[in-house]
Design a protein around this ligand. Structure first.
Ligand code: ATP
Ligand code: MG
Length: 424
Protein backbone atom coordinates (compact mmCIF):
# COMPACT_ATOMS: atom_id res chain seq x y z
CA UNK A 1 0.00 0.00 0.00
CA UNK A 2 1.27 3.49 -0.81
CA UNK A 3 1.45 6.01 1.99
CA UNK A 4 -0.97 8.92 1.60
CA UNK A 5 -0.99 12.16 3.49
CA UNK A 6 -4.41 12.80 4.93
CA UNK A 7 -5.96 16.20 4.19
CA UNK A 8 -5.85 18.54 7.21
CA UNK A 9 -9.58 18.40 7.88
CA UNK A 10 -9.55 14.60 8.04
CA UNK A 11 -6.48 14.63 10.28
CA UNK A 12 -8.01 17.04 12.74
CA UNK A 13 -11.36 15.29 12.78
CA UNK A 14 -9.59 12.09 13.78
CA UNK A 15 -7.48 13.92 16.36
CA UNK A 16 -10.54 15.54 17.89
CA UNK A 17 -11.67 12.10 18.95
CA UNK A 18 -8.71 12.07 21.34
CA UNK A 19 -10.01 15.10 23.23
CA UNK A 20 -13.70 14.32 22.96
CA UNK A 21 -14.26 10.61 23.43
CA UNK A 22 -17.94 10.99 24.04
CA UNK A 23 -20.67 13.12 25.58
CA UNK A 24 -19.13 13.02 29.07
CA UNK A 25 -15.83 14.54 27.90
CA UNK A 26 -17.80 17.14 26.00
CA UNK A 27 -19.77 18.14 29.12
CA UNK A 28 -16.56 18.22 31.10
CA UNK A 29 -14.79 20.54 28.65
CA UNK A 30 -17.74 22.94 28.50
CA UNK A 31 -18.15 23.01 32.28
CA UNK A 32 -14.43 23.61 32.73
CA UNK A 33 -14.59 26.54 30.34
CA UNK A 34 -17.45 27.99 32.38
CA UNK A 35 -15.44 27.63 35.59
CA UNK A 36 -12.33 29.09 33.97
CA UNK A 37 -14.48 32.10 33.03
CA UNK A 38 -15.12 32.52 36.79
CA UNK A 39 -18.81 31.73 36.61
CA UNK A 40 -20.57 31.20 39.94
CA UNK A 41 -23.54 29.54 38.30
CA UNK A 42 -23.27 26.64 35.84
CA UNK A 43 -26.28 24.92 34.30
CA UNK A 44 -26.08 21.75 32.23
CA UNK A 45 -28.76 20.16 30.14
CA UNK A 46 -28.51 16.81 28.37
CA UNK A 47 -30.83 14.86 26.13
CA UNK A 48 -30.41 11.16 25.35
CA UNK A 49 -27.36 10.82 27.55
CA UNK A 50 -25.82 13.81 25.77
CA UNK A 51 -25.82 12.05 22.40
CA UNK A 52 -28.65 14.17 21.06
CA UNK A 53 -27.99 17.40 22.95
CA UNK A 54 -25.66 19.00 25.49
CA UNK A 55 -26.11 22.57 26.67
CA UNK A 56 -23.93 24.38 29.19
CA UNK A 57 -24.83 27.87 30.33
CA UNK A 58 -22.75 30.04 32.63
CA UNK A 59 -22.64 33.56 34.03
CA UNK A 60 -18.88 33.99 33.64
CA UNK A 61 -17.05 36.86 31.98
CA UNK A 62 -18.03 35.86 28.44
CA UNK A 63 -16.05 36.03 25.20
CA UNK A 64 -15.34 39.39 23.49
CA UNK A 65 -17.57 39.50 20.40
CA UNK A 66 -14.63 40.00 18.08
CA UNK A 67 -12.96 36.84 19.46
CA UNK A 68 -15.87 34.45 19.33
CA UNK A 69 -14.91 32.93 15.97
CA UNK A 70 -11.35 32.47 17.20
CA UNK A 71 -12.55 30.34 20.12
CA UNK A 72 -13.15 27.36 17.82
CA UNK A 73 -9.73 27.46 16.16
CA UNK A 74 -7.06 24.93 17.06
CA UNK A 75 -4.61 26.30 19.62
CA UNK A 76 -6.86 29.26 20.43
CA UNK A 77 -6.68 29.96 24.15
CA UNK A 78 -6.79 32.98 26.43
CA UNK A 79 -5.33 30.94 29.29
CA UNK A 80 -1.64 30.57 28.53
CA UNK A 81 0.78 32.41 26.28
CA UNK A 82 3.86 30.26 26.47
CA UNK A 83 5.11 26.90 27.67
CA UNK A 84 6.44 28.51 30.86
CA UNK A 85 2.89 29.49 31.81
CA UNK A 86 2.11 25.80 32.16
CA UNK A 87 4.27 25.76 35.28
CA UNK A 88 1.87 28.00 37.13
CA UNK A 89 -1.39 27.00 35.54
CA UNK A 90 -4.50 27.66 37.58
CA UNK A 91 -7.18 27.12 34.97
CA UNK A 92 -8.67 23.82 33.82
CA UNK A 93 -8.01 24.60 30.17
CA UNK A 94 -4.73 25.49 28.51
CA UNK A 95 -4.51 23.69 25.15
CA UNK A 96 -7.01 25.72 23.14
CA UNK A 97 -8.34 22.49 21.63
CA UNK A 98 -11.65 21.65 23.29
CA UNK A 99 -14.03 23.91 21.38
CA UNK A 100 -12.13 23.21 18.19
CA UNK A 101 -12.60 19.47 18.65
CA UNK A 102 -16.26 19.79 19.64
CA UNK A 103 -17.10 22.10 16.76
CA UNK A 104 -15.54 19.68 14.26
CA UNK A 105 -17.66 16.72 15.27
CA UNK A 106 -21.06 18.25 16.04
CA UNK A 107 -23.55 20.92 15.16
CA UNK A 108 -22.34 23.52 17.57
CA UNK A 109 -23.82 26.82 18.71
CA UNK A 110 -21.73 29.19 20.77
CA UNK A 111 -23.40 32.22 22.24
CA UNK A 112 -21.64 34.64 24.52
CA UNK A 113 -21.83 38.13 25.92
CA UNK A 114 -18.64 39.66 27.22
CA UNK A 115 -19.00 41.50 30.52
CA UNK A 116 -17.92 44.81 28.97
CA UNK A 117 -20.40 44.64 26.10
CA UNK A 118 -24.10 45.44 25.79
CA UNK A 119 -25.13 42.55 23.53
CA UNK A 120 -24.09 39.01 22.86
CA UNK A 121 -22.88 37.27 19.73
CA UNK A 122 -23.78 33.85 18.37
CA UNK A 123 -22.04 31.58 15.92
CA UNK A 124 -23.39 28.35 14.47
CA UNK A 125 -20.80 25.85 13.36
CA UNK A 126 -21.19 22.60 11.43
CA UNK A 127 -18.33 20.19 11.04
CA UNK A 128 -15.90 22.97 11.94
CA UNK A 129 -17.30 25.57 9.49
CA UNK A 130 -19.05 28.70 10.73
CA UNK A 131 -22.40 28.69 8.92
CA UNK A 132 -23.93 31.77 10.51
CA UNK A 133 -23.13 34.61 12.84
CA UNK A 134 -25.40 37.18 14.48
CA UNK A 135 -25.98 39.51 17.40
CA UNK A 136 -28.18 38.18 20.22
CA UNK A 137 -29.73 39.65 23.34
CA UNK A 138 -28.56 37.70 26.41
CA UNK A 139 -27.20 38.20 29.93
CA UNK A 140 -23.44 38.34 30.47
CA UNK A 141 -21.98 34.84 30.18
CA UNK A 142 -21.81 31.99 27.72
CA UNK A 143 -24.18 29.35 26.41
CA UNK A 144 -22.64 26.48 24.43
CA UNK A 145 -24.89 23.95 22.72
CA UNK A 146 -23.83 20.71 21.10
CA UNK A 147 -26.26 18.84 18.89
CA UNK A 148 -25.73 15.36 17.48
CA UNK A 149 -22.21 14.63 18.64
CA UNK A 150 -20.23 12.69 16.00
CA UNK A 151 -22.99 13.11 13.41
CA UNK A 152 -20.21 13.27 10.83
CA UNK A 153 -18.21 10.35 12.28
CA UNK A 154 -20.85 7.61 12.04
CA UNK A 155 -18.54 4.86 13.23
CA UNK A 156 -17.64 6.69 16.37
CA UNK A 157 -21.27 7.53 16.96
CA UNK A 158 -22.12 3.89 16.62
CA UNK A 159 -19.53 3.02 19.23
CA UNK A 160 -20.80 5.43 21.85
CA UNK A 161 -21.84 3.68 25.01
CA UNK A 162 -25.49 3.11 25.82
CA UNK A 163 -27.47 6.17 26.81
CA UNK A 164 -27.69 5.30 30.49
CA UNK A 165 -23.97 4.51 30.65
CA UNK A 166 -23.13 7.89 29.12
CA UNK A 167 -25.56 9.54 31.50
CA UNK A 168 -23.86 7.97 34.50
CA UNK A 169 -20.46 9.11 33.28
CA UNK A 170 -21.82 12.62 32.92
CA UNK A 171 -23.29 12.53 36.44
CA UNK A 172 -19.96 11.42 37.83
CA UNK A 173 -17.93 14.15 36.26
CA UNK A 174 -20.59 16.72 37.01
CA UNK A 175 -20.32 15.72 40.68
CA UNK A 176 -16.54 15.85 40.51
CA UNK A 177 -16.50 19.42 39.22
CA UNK A 178 -19.14 20.41 41.77
CA UNK A 179 -17.02 18.88 44.55
CA UNK A 180 -14.04 20.89 43.35
CA UNK A 181 -15.91 24.21 43.31
CA UNK A 182 -18.11 24.64 46.39
CA UNK A 183 -18.68 28.37 45.87
CA UNK A 184 -20.32 27.76 42.49
CA UNK A 185 -23.93 26.65 42.11
CA UNK A 186 -24.51 23.76 39.72
CA UNK A 187 -27.67 22.45 38.18
CA UNK A 188 -28.13 19.49 35.86
CA UNK A 189 -31.19 18.60 33.89
CA UNK A 190 -31.47 15.30 32.02
CA UNK A 191 -34.27 14.40 29.65
CA UNK A 192 -36.20 17.46 30.84
CA UNK A 193 -35.97 16.65 34.57
CA UNK A 194 -33.81 18.22 37.23
CA UNK A 195 -31.32 15.67 38.54
CA UNK A 196 -28.93 17.77 40.62
CA UNK A 197 -29.20 21.23 42.08
CA UNK A 198 -26.27 22.16 44.29
CA UNK A 199 -26.43 25.57 45.93
CA UNK A 200 -23.26 27.58 46.40
CA UNK A 201 -21.82 26.82 49.84
CA UNK A 202 -19.03 28.14 52.02
CA UNK A 203 -16.73 25.19 52.42
CA UNK A 204 -15.75 21.81 51.06
CA UNK A 205 -17.48 19.79 53.77
CA UNK A 206 -20.81 21.44 53.01
CA UNK A 207 -20.41 20.62 49.34
CA UNK A 208 -19.37 17.02 49.97
CA UNK A 209 -22.40 16.46 52.19
CA UNK A 210 -24.66 18.28 49.74
CA UNK A 211 -23.53 16.06 46.86
CA UNK A 212 -23.73 12.72 48.68
CA UNK A 213 -26.52 13.54 51.13
CA UNK A 214 -24.57 11.92 53.95
CA UNK A 215 -22.50 12.98 56.94
CA UNK A 216 -18.72 12.96 56.47
CA UNK A 217 -15.77 12.98 58.79
CA UNK A 218 -13.17 15.59 57.88
CA UNK A 219 -9.45 14.96 58.46
CA UNK A 220 -6.63 17.14 57.27
CA UNK A 221 -2.86 17.11 57.30
CA UNK A 222 0.03 19.12 56.00
CA UNK A 223 3.66 18.30 55.31
CA UNK A 224 6.17 20.30 53.32
CA UNK A 225 4.65 21.15 49.96
CA UNK A 226 1.54 19.01 50.44
CA UNK A 227 -1.77 19.63 52.14
CA UNK A 228 -4.55 17.05 52.17
CA UNK A 229 -8.20 17.21 53.17
CA UNK A 230 -9.95 13.87 53.46
CA UNK A 231 -13.68 13.38 53.79
CA UNK A 232 -14.71 9.89 54.80
CA UNK A 233 -18.00 8.16 55.31
CA UNK A 234 -19.25 4.63 55.66
CA UNK A 235 -21.37 5.03 52.55
CA UNK A 236 -21.06 3.30 49.21
CA UNK A 237 -17.75 2.44 47.60
CA UNK A 238 -16.18 5.25 45.67
CA UNK A 239 -13.28 7.64 45.68
CA UNK A 240 -12.98 11.14 44.27
CA UNK A 241 -9.49 12.56 43.99
CA UNK A 242 -8.56 16.20 43.41
CA UNK A 243 -5.26 17.98 43.01
CA UNK A 244 -5.46 21.76 43.24
CA UNK A 245 -9.19 21.56 42.57
CA UNK A 246 -8.73 19.51 39.43
CA UNK A 247 -10.51 16.14 39.45
CA UNK A 248 -7.80 13.67 38.54
CA UNK A 249 -7.18 10.01 38.15
CA UNK A 250 -3.97 8.53 39.46
CA UNK A 251 -3.87 4.77 39.67
CA UNK A 252 -1.19 4.38 42.31
CA UNK A 253 -2.67 7.00 44.66
CA UNK A 254 -6.11 5.48 44.25
CA UNK A 255 -4.80 2.03 45.08
CA UNK A 256 -2.91 3.38 48.03
CA UNK A 257 -5.95 5.14 49.47
CA UNK A 258 -8.20 2.14 48.84
CA UNK A 259 -5.86 -0.10 50.75
CA UNK A 260 -5.11 2.39 53.47
CA UNK A 261 -8.71 3.05 54.41
CA UNK A 262 -8.90 -0.65 55.23
CA UNK A 263 -12.43 -1.56 54.37
CA UNK A 264 -13.85 0.35 51.48
CA UNK A 265 -15.32 3.68 52.40
CA UNK A 266 -16.58 6.64 50.55
CA UNK A 267 -13.67 9.03 50.32
CA UNK A 268 -13.17 12.47 48.84
CA UNK A 269 -9.51 13.44 48.86
CA UNK A 270 -8.38 16.97 48.10
CA UNK A 271 -4.66 17.57 47.63
CA UNK A 272 -3.08 21.00 47.43
CA UNK A 273 0.46 21.38 46.14
CA UNK A 274 2.52 23.99 44.32
CA UNK A 275 2.04 23.60 40.55
CA UNK A 276 5.75 22.90 39.99
CA UNK A 277 5.25 19.46 41.54
CA UNK A 278 2.60 18.56 38.95
CA UNK A 279 2.59 17.55 35.36
CA UNK A 280 -0.93 17.87 33.97
CA UNK A 281 0.11 17.79 30.36
CA UNK A 282 0.73 14.07 30.03
CA UNK A 283 -2.56 13.16 28.40
CA UNK A 284 -4.87 15.09 26.08
CA UNK A 285 -7.73 14.52 28.50
CA UNK A 286 -5.78 16.33 31.23
CA UNK A 287 -7.19 13.99 33.89
CA UNK A 288 -4.12 11.83 34.41
CA UNK A 289 -1.83 13.91 36.58
CA UNK A 290 1.70 13.01 37.54
CA UNK A 291 2.78 14.14 40.99
CA UNK A 292 6.43 14.48 41.85
CA UNK A 293 7.43 13.23 45.30
CA UNK A 294 4.37 11.04 45.34
CA UNK A 295 5.91 8.84 48.03
CA UNK A 296 5.95 11.77 50.46
CA UNK A 297 2.36 12.56 49.62
CA UNK A 298 1.29 8.97 50.30
CA UNK A 299 3.03 9.06 53.66
CA UNK A 300 1.11 12.20 54.52
CA UNK A 301 -2.19 10.66 53.45
CA UNK A 302 -1.35 7.56 55.47
CA UNK A 303 -0.71 9.64 58.55
CA UNK A 304 -3.87 11.67 58.04
CA UNK A 305 -6.20 8.70 57.69
CA UNK A 306 -7.94 7.47 60.85
CA UNK A 307 -5.54 5.31 62.80
CA UNK A 308 -7.71 2.21 62.75
CA UNK A 309 -6.90 -0.37 60.24
CA UNK A 310 -4.52 1.31 57.97
CA UNK A 311 -1.11 2.04 59.31
CA UNK A 312 2.05 0.28 58.28
CA UNK A 313 3.68 1.30 61.50
CA UNK A 314 2.44 2.16 64.94
CA UNK A 315 2.81 5.70 66.11
CA UNK A 316 4.03 4.55 69.50
CA UNK A 317 7.06 2.93 67.88
CA UNK A 318 8.01 5.62 65.48
CA UNK A 319 6.65 8.88 64.22
CA UNK A 320 8.78 8.73 61.13
CA UNK A 321 6.35 6.58 59.15
CA UNK A 322 8.22 4.32 56.79
CA UNK A 323 11.71 5.22 57.95
CA UNK A 324 12.24 1.88 59.75
CA UNK A 325 13.39 -1.09 57.70
CA UNK A 326 11.46 -4.35 57.49
CA UNK A 327 13.12 -7.14 59.41
CA UNK A 328 13.49 -10.47 57.60
CA UNK A 329 11.95 -13.36 59.54
CA UNK A 330 12.36 -16.11 56.98
CA UNK A 331 11.24 -17.64 53.72
CA UNK A 332 8.39 -20.14 53.42
CA UNK A 333 8.23 -22.76 50.63
CA UNK A 334 10.78 -20.81 48.59
CA UNK A 335 7.85 -18.55 47.77
CA UNK A 336 6.89 -16.25 50.60
CA UNK A 337 9.32 -13.80 52.17
CA UNK A 338 8.18 -13.11 55.72
CA UNK A 339 9.16 -9.84 57.37
CA UNK A 340 8.15 -7.79 60.36
CA UNK A 341 7.60 -4.13 59.67
CA UNK A 342 6.02 -1.80 62.17
CA UNK A 343 2.99 -3.44 63.71
CA UNK A 344 2.58 -5.98 60.94
CA UNK A 345 3.85 -9.30 59.77
CA UNK A 346 4.27 -9.18 56.00
CA UNK A 347 4.11 -12.13 53.62
CA UNK A 348 5.65 -10.98 50.35
CA UNK A 349 5.32 -13.02 47.18
CA UNK A 350 8.98 -13.28 46.11
CA UNK A 351 8.21 -13.41 42.40
CA UNK A 352 5.92 -10.38 42.46
CA UNK A 353 8.32 -8.40 44.60
CA UNK A 354 11.19 -9.14 42.20
CA UNK A 355 8.95 -8.31 39.28
CA UNK A 356 8.07 -4.89 40.76
CA UNK A 357 11.78 -4.34 41.41
CA UNK A 358 12.72 -5.10 37.80
CA UNK A 359 9.89 -2.92 36.58
CA UNK A 360 10.49 0.13 38.76
CA UNK A 361 14.16 0.09 39.65
CA UNK A 362 15.57 -1.45 36.47
CA UNK A 363 12.99 0.13 34.22
CA UNK A 364 12.01 -3.08 32.37
CA UNK A 365 8.60 -3.39 30.72
CA UNK A 366 5.98 -5.37 32.66
CA UNK A 367 6.49 -8.38 30.40
CA UNK A 368 10.29 -8.32 30.55
CA UNK A 369 10.19 -7.66 34.29
CA UNK A 370 8.13 -10.81 34.70
CA UNK A 371 10.49 -12.95 32.59
CA UNK A 372 13.60 -11.63 34.33
CA UNK A 373 12.29 -12.28 37.84
CA UNK A 374 12.83 -15.18 40.21
CA UNK A 375 9.80 -17.46 40.31
CA UNK A 376 7.83 -18.97 43.12
CA UNK A 377 9.76 -22.09 44.19
CA UNK A 378 13.20 -20.66 43.27
CA UNK A 379 15.60 -20.85 46.16
CA UNK A 380 17.00 -17.45 47.10
CA UNK A 381 19.49 -16.61 49.82
CA UNK A 382 18.93 -14.41 52.81
CA UNK A 383 20.84 -11.50 51.32
CA UNK A 384 18.64 -11.40 48.27
CA UNK A 385 15.49 -11.60 50.37
CA UNK A 386 16.76 -8.74 52.53
CA UNK A 387 17.66 -6.66 49.50
CA UNK A 388 14.23 -7.23 48.00
CA UNK A 389 12.27 -6.19 51.05
CA UNK A 390 14.55 -3.23 51.54
CA UNK A 391 14.05 -2.07 47.96
CA UNK A 392 10.27 -2.47 48.46
CA UNK A 393 10.47 0.61 50.68
CA UNK A 394 11.62 2.75 47.77
CA UNK A 395 8.99 1.52 45.31
CA UNK A 396 6.72 4.17 43.94
CA UNK A 397 3.94 1.58 44.08
CA UNK A 398 4.34 -0.66 47.09
CA UNK A 399 1.04 -2.41 46.65
CA UNK A 400 0.77 -4.32 43.42
CA UNK A 401 2.93 -5.95 40.73
CA UNK A 402 2.98 -4.42 37.23
CA UNK A 403 0.02 -6.65 36.35
CA UNK A 404 -2.02 -5.57 39.36
CA UNK A 405 -1.61 -8.54 41.75
CA UNK A 406 -0.98 -7.61 45.40
CA UNK A 407 2.68 -7.86 46.42
CA UNK A 408 1.94 -8.99 49.95
CA UNK A 409 -0.55 -9.97 52.56
CA UNK A 410 -0.02 -8.65 56.05
CA UNK A 411 -1.32 -9.48 59.50
CA UNK A 412 -1.69 -6.96 62.27
CA UNK A 413 0.40 -8.15 65.21
CA UNK A 414 -2.20 -6.78 67.60
CA UNK A 415 -4.71 -9.30 66.18
CA UNK A 416 -2.23 -12.12 66.55
CA UNK A 417 -1.50 -11.22 70.16
CA UNK A 418 -5.20 -10.93 70.89
CA UNK A 419 -5.79 -14.44 69.55
CA UNK A 420 -3.16 -15.66 72.01
CA UNK A 421 -4.80 -13.81 74.87
CA UNK A 422 -2.04 -11.25 75.17
CA UNK A 423 -1.99 -7.47 75.28
CA UNK A 424 -0.18 -5.83 72.38
N1 ATP B 1 -17.68 29.51 28.80
C1 ATP B 1 -16.72 30.36 28.39
N2 ATP B 1 -16.62 31.60 28.92
C2 ATP B 1 -15.66 32.47 28.51
N3 ATP B 1 -14.73 32.18 27.57
C3 ATP B 1 -14.77 30.95 27.01
C4 ATP B 1 -15.76 29.98 27.38
N4 ATP B 1 -15.56 28.88 26.64
C5 ATP B 1 -14.48 29.13 25.87
N5 ATP B 1 -14.01 30.37 26.08
C6 ATP B 1 -12.86 31.02 25.40
O1 ATP B 1 -12.53 30.23 24.28
C7 ATP B 1 -11.17 29.76 24.37
C8 ATP B 1 -11.08 28.38 23.76
O2 ATP B 1 -11.74 27.42 24.58
P1 ATP B 1 -11.20 25.93 24.58
O3 ATP B 1 -11.95 25.15 25.60
O4 ATP B 1 -11.18 25.45 23.19
O5 ATP B 1 -9.67 26.08 25.01
P2 ATP B 1 -9.03 26.30 26.45
O6 ATP B 1 -10.07 26.22 27.50
O7 ATP B 1 -8.24 27.54 26.40
O8 ATP B 1 -8.05 25.03 26.51
P3 ATP B 1 -8.48 23.47 26.57
O9 ATP B 1 -8.46 22.95 25.17
O10 ATP B 1 -7.42 22.85 27.41
O11 ATP B 1 -9.84 23.40 27.15
C9 ATP B 1 -10.83 29.82 25.84
O12 ATP B 1 -9.44 29.97 26.05
C10 ATP B 1 -11.63 31.04 26.29
O13 ATP B 1 -10.93 32.24 25.99
MG1 MG C 1 -11.38 24.60 27.63
Amino acid sequence: MRINLLPDDVKSRIASGEVIEGPAECVKELMENALDARANKVEVEIVKGGKRYIGVRDNGIGIPSEDIKKAILSGATSKIRSLEDLQSINTYGFRGEALHAISLVSRFILRSRFYQEEVGREIRVEGGKVVSEREVGMPVGTHAEVYDLFYNLPLRRAFLKKEDVERKRIYNLFKALALANPSVSFRLEAEGKEVFNFKAVKDLKDRVEEVFEERFEHLSGEDGPFKVDLFLSDGAKWLFLFVNNRPISNRSLTEYIKRSTGKWKACVCYIQTPPYLLDVNIHPKKTEVKILREGKLKELIGRTLPNRNWTGISLKQSTKGYALEPELIGIIDNTLIVAKYGDYLYFFDQHLLAERYNYEVRGLTAQKACKASIRAGDKIDEKMAKDLIKSWLSFENKEVCPHGRPLYHRIYLGDLYKKLGREY
